[in-house]
Structure formats: C-alpha cells, structure tokens
Design a protein around this ligand. Structure first.
Ligand SMILES: [Zn+2]
Ligand SMILES: [Zn+2]
Length: 1002
C-alpha cells in the first residue's frame, strides 16, 4: 500500500481554499479567550530553506492546537526586510563591489531595489509556507520596513535618549571592509569564526641605547604593524635575554626554548617590570603619519611612543602559551590595544580607511588594501633588512562578516550605542567608553540608586521568562552579564533611518515620531513627504538645533537590523494606535525560534525594547530549537552541494513527513535532514495508513456507526478506547507545555504499537461480514481512527484531513481543523487497570513467542500448554484476557503456578492431534497467500482442487469443515483432473507436497 503525500496534500490545499476552512476557524473562535503568539520575522531575502520548515512546523502545530482548544488568535506572520542581508544580495544582483558603486547608482534607486527584493521573496515564502500547511493570515503579514515599524523604533530611541541611554562612543570595533560598516559584538556568532591560516611574523625591535639588543615580538596580523605604538609586557613574568647567533633577544623565559630550539644561551633573567620604559625604533618610523604621531607624542608627558609598557591583566592578559611574551600594541587596530591605550593615554595611528585601504601619509602603502595584500608589509620588512626573525604560517580562528564572509579588521570609529549600565552625559568634548569595563572611571553616571540599569532590567526579565530548553535562561543571563553596550549604528543605506540629529555644536537630539519631525522640520520636508522614512528621502529634512539654532541634518547611519525585529511586540500589537488591543494581546504567550544567534539578537532585542518601554518581559515563554544539518551531521551549504531545496523536498516527500520529522525531533539537538531519514518517517506513517486502509477495505460508508461515541464491550475494544482517550490526554498535557516531540512520539507509539501491532492484529476476524461482533469492532476502530485524526491534526494537518474526510458523516464539522479537541471521557482508573493488565498479556505473549522461536516451533503449530509462574499476576482471573494469550500464542491451555516467581514454561510436547492441527493451519496460510497472489478479495468465494498423498488426503477430509470456512471455499475436489485453464501451485506441508488450484466462483 502506498500513499502519495504530495499529490494528496495539493488536493487538500485546494479543499481548504475552496471551503474557506481557515476563515471559518477564525470565525469560530473569534472573541473567545485569547492565545497570543508572536512570529519571529523571517528574512524576506531568499526562497525558504528546509531549515525554516522546522520552526514553521512548531508555530503551526501550536496555533492549530490552541485553535482546537477554542482560543482566539492573531495568526500574523512577519517578514524581516531591512539590513545588510538584503543589501548584500542586491549588490550581488547589480554586480557591485563597494559602497562607491551604490552611491554612483543612486541611493534612492538602490533602496527601491531592496524593497523590490523583499516583495519578491516575501511572496515566494508565503507560497512555500502555505504549501507546508502553515495557516496564517497571509494578507495581514507584518513587514519590518513598514512606516509603522520604523516610527515605533523612533519612539523607542527617543525614550532611550530621554533616559540617557543613547550615546556616541569612540571605540575600536570589528569592521567589515567590504560592507564598510561596523559589525556589532552581537553579530559575531561562534559560526562566524573561520579557521584561517595567516602568515605570522616574529620581528625584532632594536632597543635604543643597547647595542645588538632586541625586543622579539610576534604578531598574526602583520597588516597592523605600521600602527604599532608600544610593546606590552607582563610585569610579573620572567623575561630572559637570550644570546643567539651574535645577537641578544628579550623574550619570556618560558618561551625561549620553543622559539630558539637549540644553540642559544640565557645571559640574564629579569622581571617584566624591569623592561618597562625601554625605547625602541621600528621600520615604519620614516612614514609621514608615523613621524607626526611620534612628534606629537614627544610634546606630551610622558612620551610612551615606541616604549615598553606594562599591560593590564584585565584588558590584555599576556600568556606564555605562544608568541614571545612581548605584545605588539597597535592602538588603532585592536580592541584590547585600544582599551589599554585609553587607560595609559597612548597615542594612536589610524592606518586604514573603511575599505581597509591604507591611508595617505603611509608612503608606498597608501592606496593598497591591507587585507587583500597581506604580503606588502612582510616584503617591506624583508627588503629593509634586519627586522624579521622568522615568518611562520599560523592557523587560527578568525572572525568574518556574518553577511559577506569577508575577514574582519578592527578600526577606531565613532558609533552610536545604547548603554547597558547607566545614563550618559552627552557632551561634545569627550565620548564615554562604550564598554562597561571601567564604568567607575568612565563618564557614566548612575541615574539614582533606586533605579535599575538596563542590564538589571534585562536580567530580571530573563529570570521571569519560562525558557525551553531550560539552559536558554543560563545562556541569556551569561550573555547579559558579559555583553558590551549595544552598537546600533551602521554606515549603510537600506535600514531604519536613525532619527538622531547631531549638530556641529555638539548638541544632538532624537526625534520620536513622524509628527514631531514634521513640527521640527525647517528644510526639506517637501522632498521627504510621500516617501517611506528611509534614505535618501529622510536625509533631506533639517531641524533647528535647540542650542545654537543652526540647521541640522540627520546622521547618515542606519540602524542595527535587530532593532527592527525587537520592536514588533509593540508595533504589530498597535501599541501606539489602540492601547486596548495591545493590552489584550500583550504579553505574548510564546515565541519560537532557532536559538543559535538569537540570545544575542532577537531574544535580546525583544528584551531591551520591552525593558525601555514598559520595564517588563514581553513574552512568557521563549522556545528555542537547534539547527538543521545534513544526514552526516554537516552544515548544509549551496557550495558544498549538500543543500536540499525546500521546493524539491516538499514535492518529493510531502509536507506531512517533513513536519513529522521536525515535530518528533528533540529541539535541543540538531536535526539530521535528508531523504533517507524522510523515507524512514514515511515507512512509520504508512503503518497508520495501512490501518486506515484495512478499515476502509472491510467497512463501507453505509456501515459507519450512527454516532462517533464509543461504548465498548469486548475486552480489546475497551482497551483500545481507553488507550485512545489516554493518548488524547497525554497529547493535550504535552502540548499545553509546548512539548511537541513528546506528543508526536506518543501518537506514533499509539498507532504503531497499540493500534496496528495489537488491536487490529487481534481483531481482524471480527471485521469479517459474518462475525456477530462486527458492528462493535467497527464502532471501536472508527472511534480510534477519528480521534487519531483529531489528535494528530496539528502536526500532520493533511493526512489528518484525509482520514477525517473519509470518516466524516453528515452531522460532523466539514474539516478536522474545525473540530474541537476531543474529550477523553474513558480515561479513568478502571481503564488504567485494564491497560496494565493488557501490558501483562502482551508481556507474556512476547515471552512465549520468543521461546517458541528459540525452539523453532512455528506459531501456527498449536502447543498443549504454558505454565505461568508468577503469583503477582493480575490477569489470572480474567478469562477474556487469557483467551487473548491463548489465541496469540496458539496454546490450548494456560496453567498457573503460584509457588515460584516470574517464570514461563512452555509444554511443547506435540501430540498427533496438535501436529495435525498445525499442518492444517499451515495449509490454510498457504491458500490465503495463493488467494492474494490471484488478487482475490477477502469476501470472494472459491472452489479448490487438491492433489496430495494418501495421509494428507485423509487429514484434509477430517478437517474439511474448518478448512472450507477458513479459506472461504464452497467445496473442494480431491485428486481429480484439474481444470486446465487454472494456474497450479505447489506447497509443502510438513515436508509433504500438495498441488493446488483455486477458482473464484462467479
Ligand atoms: Zn561584509
Ligand atoms: Zn547646534
């Protein structure tokens, strides 16, 4: 039997659409108790991947389940629209290499292209989601690029400004030279580090006033060498002066052997503190930019240029694991270097621009790209002579741009931040240190002792949220404890226009709404009006500086894209336009997203924005799940050739098997996705399909029970009805806790283990036309199938619908998705006892069958007795249950022995009678197979011809009545000429040959 998932699903999609089933569902629940779900926006930048189907399955399962429970819902899908994701793809489309290409093309045309791309892919993702079976109010999806969303963020930023959280800071930040923008700490995830081999260099710096004495220093980023300001040592570490090849080198004592290997000797050892203050010269001292900094530094006191300095352990710890124990300090080109420089008052030399090209004043390097031509510095040092000690390839984990995968550099730049630890004095003179590192010494001021900092508010909110899995809370708290201030600006084009107006007098203001901007505008409003609040149109507007009255334009920066998604608990819930509506739907019950990254990104931005606007957690439960990988456990990549496209998978395998795979996966572990896995899933689902087919083969629609309730009498019926109700209860219990995997596994175990393997197998005969118990059997299996369809409807909406449509009678709702969640009235103590007894039966059966198998006695061969030695047995006095054991084990008698515990003894001595019965059953089985081969239906009657030896003929004659009944034959003919047109078959019973032929009676 097989079921064509994709074909059936496409039919069901049509059915849902034609009958407006989703609309009817919303009407049914409208105005009832609400269940508030918030969709994390999918980036509308590419077709949907199979990994997106994981989260979308969860979202749909929960929404469908709570709809069956009668909850009113919003069903709003979200699209994330702004930011580098989209920009980089549009740049690729247009063949652009740098930001200059965008400017030449025109920002307005470029932004228009970005909007178009979002339009294209949001439409495509909508169709793909519909195909997956996801029910959403697609016409009403939210877009983070909407005016509403952007202005909502303005409001948030204004609040930050008023509370003193927003400030401009100067810091050394990770920078993507291709995208030409800072990359915030939040955006550098573990997976953004790549194993890269760079040329590392040991270089030697001659110490002034000490002939032939050098500082030996090591770096893995030679491009930063022109920016060298100082060499740092650890005051407490031992440093050795090493004699080697007629020169003398200072290195950490513990590293001497590793560096020099042999033929060296240690002349003397001192503590690091004794080296502090030594002056040195370097190969770049003649470059104009370097000369200038050296000159200016010499004016101030103390002059620390090209000096050995003591490090600060908390900023830049020095180890003796690798390198030389002397650390190259380039204040402009490293985060720790910058911090140390700030602490010690070191000067800095900016060496690269926003595209990582060396700046003017750097001699022959000017105009060359530092990252693309890493050799130029090494070649220069080599040509100059006397600087290089050794060049070694070095493999390390190096951060790359999350968007374009370019290796990052560090630059010192002005960017805008949201402070986590207090409010800021915003003045023109000096900008505070953006890292909470030394907040006591910085210019941060605490609001007042009673008020919480943002970091504290976020921590409180995190504590109050139910995290699934539980370790999510620890991860978020850990991030909150260690994160820097939030860098929110980007020097890009397509994104939230930061509403910051910074005047050259040092004053800056933040505008909180379109109306406010309209009132404050003194220039450019007419060029902006009618456009979305994006670049370039918003940039035309100028306001009057409150301090110096000069016209001020907006800063050119756009916002970090996580601002866009973080505001949605407010923007999409009408926080500004309909507070009653917002209050109804806020806080949100659950969000559900893949967690790698989201602790630093979406989860974080949701918390920040709610903390600033309402100082409370916006969500009750945050449900996270892992990643989708290929069947070998490797990341899927287009370039690797192991990526599977959503459209291919869905039309090849179907939505239901995909949903089932995701639903039953453990959310804390990566899902291994592939066609082999999906085939496994399909095989499992076909067990259920076979039960369903069995029912429809035996039962006509006219025989369906009059109502869908069950009043079981037979012990098997009572049991499976109890099991069904038990399942309904378990599924609801787990879905209420958002445990979708446990739900799916319980359903699978139910239809596989209970329904198929036991109930249907033990009940087959009761479905035959002439069985007096037939109606009760039909009533029961009908009940089981109908409720299975309902319970699995949230997870497998298509197959559940198919089952339901085939079972539906006139008085029932027109779709399974319009049904209420079933009640579980038979789920009581009496039935629990029965379930336990049935477990006993099945245990005994399994033991007995295992023993038969061990003794090579076929199950069709009846045996005389089994003796059960177990005084704790519950089924001893339940004859109908014992009957099941007899039947299944094919044993004549069950004996009990209370004396010894837990043993099962089979009496396998075969009398002639038992042996003969076994042979007859063997023959019946062979004839049943023959009937199937001849494609006869179970109800077809036949005539049969036998040719066999005399003993067998006698035996058949003796069992004639039984035989005819079992094989549905009218009569049989022995030892006669077979009708020549009939196909003959040879079978062996107890090693004796029988030839037989059958013919259907017309
Ligand atoms: Zn980039
Ligand atoms: Zn001003």
């Amino acid at each position: 039997m097989s079921y064509n998932f994709p074909e059936q699903e496409n039919n069901i999609l049509k059915f849902w659409q034609e009958h407006r089933v989703f609309e009817k569902l919303r009407q049914k629940n409208q105005g009832k108790k609400r269940w508030s779900f918030l969709d994390g926006p999918i980036t509308a930048n590419n077709p949907m991947g199979v990994h997106h189907a994981w989260g979308r399955t969860y979202k749909d399962v929960l929404q469908r389940y709570f709809a069956m429970k009668g909850f009113d819902q919003r069903y709003q899908n979200g699209f994330d629209c702004q930011g580098l994701w989209v920009e980089v793809e549009v740049e690729k489309e247009l063949g652009f290499k740098t930001k200059k290409d965008i400017e030449a093309y025109g920002i307005d045309a470029f932004v228009q292209k970005c909007k178009e791309r979002v339009g294209t892919y949001s439409a495509m993702q909508t169709n793909q989601s519909i195909r997956l079976g996801q029910w959403m109010d697609w016409e009403n999806s939210y877009y983070t690029m909407s005016d509403e969303n952007n202005y909502a963020i303005w409001h948030f930023l204004k609040k930050c400004f008023e509370k003193g959280y927003l400030y401009k800071g100067r810091d050394s930040v990770p920078w993507c030279p291709r995208c030409g923008t800072a990359i915030s700490q939040h955006e550098i995830l573990t997976e953004e580090y790549k194993e890269i081999v760079h040329d590392s260099v040991y270089f030697q710096l001659p110490i002034k006033g000490h002939k032939d004495e050098y500082l030996l220093v090591w770096t893995t980023t030679p491009w930063t060498l022109p920016a060298n300001i100082a060499v740092a040592v650890d005051e407490k570490i031992d440093y050795a002066l090493v004699d080697y090849k007629n020169n003398h080198y200072w290195v950490a004592k513990d590293l001497a052997e590793k560096i020099f290997k042999e033929n060296y000797s240690i002349a003397k050892t001192v503590k690091g503190e004794d080296l502090v203050g030594l002056k040195y010269s370097f190969a770049f001292d003649n470059l104009p930019k370097v000369e200038e900094v050296a000159f200016r530094s010499a004016q101030g006191k103390p002059d620390l240029f090209h000096t050995v300095i003591a490090t600060d352990d908390r900023i830049m710890p020095i180890t003796t694991q690798d390198g030389t124990g002397l650390v190259h300090t380039a204040v402009s080109a490293g985060q720790e270097d910058f911090k140390l420089g700030q602490k010690l008052g070191l000067p800095l030399i900016e060496v690269i621009g926003e595209d990582a090209v060396y700046l003017e004043g750097l001699g022959e390097f000017f105009g060359q790209n530092a990252k693309k031509n890493p050799k130029i510095i090494l070649d220069y040092l080599t040509a100059e002579g006397g600087w290089i000690f050794e060049i070694l390839p070095y493999k390390h984990r190096y951060p790359t741009c999350w968007r374009c995968k370019t290796e990052l550099v560090w630059r010192v730049v002005d960017e805008w931040y949201i402070s986590m630890d207090g409010s800021h004095v915003n003045s023109k003179s000096q900008f505070p240190n953006p890292k909470p590192f030394d907040s006591a010494q910085g210019e941060q001021i605490q609001n007042s002792k009673s008020k919480k900092t943002l970091r504290e508010s976020l921590t409180d909110a995190t504590q109050s949220i139910n995290w699934i899995p539980a370790f999510g809370k620890e991860r978020e708290l850990d991030w909150l404890a260690n994160m820097h201030d939030w860098l929110i600006s980007k020097k890009r084009y397509w994104g939230l226009a930061l509403p910051i107006f910074e005047c050259e007098c040092g004053n800056f203001e933040v505008i909180g709404s379109k109306e406010e901007l309209g009132k404050r505008a003194i220039e450019g409003w007419e060029k902006f009006e009618g456009n979305s609040p994006h670049r370039p149109w918003i940039d035309y507007v100028k306001i009057k500086c409150k301090k110096c009255k000069k016209p001020v334009a907006r800063i050119k920066d756009v916002g970090n894209p996580w601002l866009d998604a973080g505001i949605v608990p407010f923007s999409t819930l009408k926080y500004f336009s309909d507070k009653a509506y917002w209050k109804k739907w806020f806080p949100i019950e659950i969000v559900c997203e893949s967690f790698p990254g989201q602790f630093k990104n979406w989860f974080y931005s949701l918390l920040v924005m709610a903390a600033v606007l309402e100082d409370e957690a916006p969500i009750k439960t945050i449900f996270g799940y892992a990643s989708v990988v290929d069947e070998k456990g490797e990341e899927m990549h287009k370039s690797k050739g192991n990526a599977i496209w959503f459209d291919d998978a869905i039309e090849k395998v179907g939505a239901d098997p995909m949903r089932w795979l995701y639903a039953k996966s453990n959310p804390t572990e990566n899902v291994k996705f592939g066609y082999k896995t999906l085939d496994e899933i399909k095989r499992k689902l076909l067990i259920l399909y076979n039960v369903y087919t069995f029912f429809h083969t035996y039962v006509d629609k006219k025989d369906f029970p009059k109502n869908s309730a069950a009043s079981p009498e037979h012990i098997l019926d009572k049991w499976i009805v109890s099991k069904t109700d038990h399942l309904i209860g378990i599924a609801a219990f787990n879905l209420n806790k958002y445990d979708i995997a446990k739900t799916a596994l319980a359903i699978e175990d139910f239809f596989n283990n209970d329904v198929s393997l036991w109930y249907v197998r033990r009940s087959r005969k009761r479905f035959h036309e002439d069985n007096p118990d037939r109606n009760k059997a039909i009533e029961t299996l009908y009940y089981v199938l109908l409720n299975t369809a309902k319970v699995m409807a949230p997870i497998m909406p298509f197959f559940a619908e198919k089952m339901y449509q085939d079972l539906k009678t006139a008085d029932m709702p027109e779709s399974v998705h319009l049904c209420d969640w079933p009640s579980n009235e038979h789920d009581g103590q009496t039935n629990l006892d029965l379930e336990q007894q049935m477990d006993e039966v099945r245990n005994i059966v399994n033991l007995a069958l295992a023993q038969r198998a061990a003794k090579s006695i076929k199950v069709r061969q009846p045996i005389a007795s089994i003796t059960i030695k177990n005084k704790n047995l519950k089924i001893k006095d339940a004859p109908d249950l014992l009957e099941l054991v007899k039947d299944e084990v094919n044993v004549k008698e069950i004996l009990f022995d209370d004396t010894i515990e837990a043993e099962l003894v089979l009496d396998v001595h075969l009398t002639e009678e038992l042996k003969e019965e076994g042979m007859v059953r063997d023959l019946v089985r062979s004839i049943q197979d023959f009937r199937k081969e001849q494609r006869l239906k179970p109800e077809d009657k036949i005539n049969i011809w036998f040719f066999a030896n005399e003993t067998l003929v006698k035996m058949l004659e003796k069992n004639r009545k039984f035989l005819l009944k079992e094989i549905r034959a009218e009569q049989y003919v022995m030892q006669k000429d077979f009708p020549p047109e009939l196909f003959k078959k040879e079978v062996f019973i107890d090693n004796q040959k029988i030839i037989l032929a059958i013919k259907k009676i017309a």
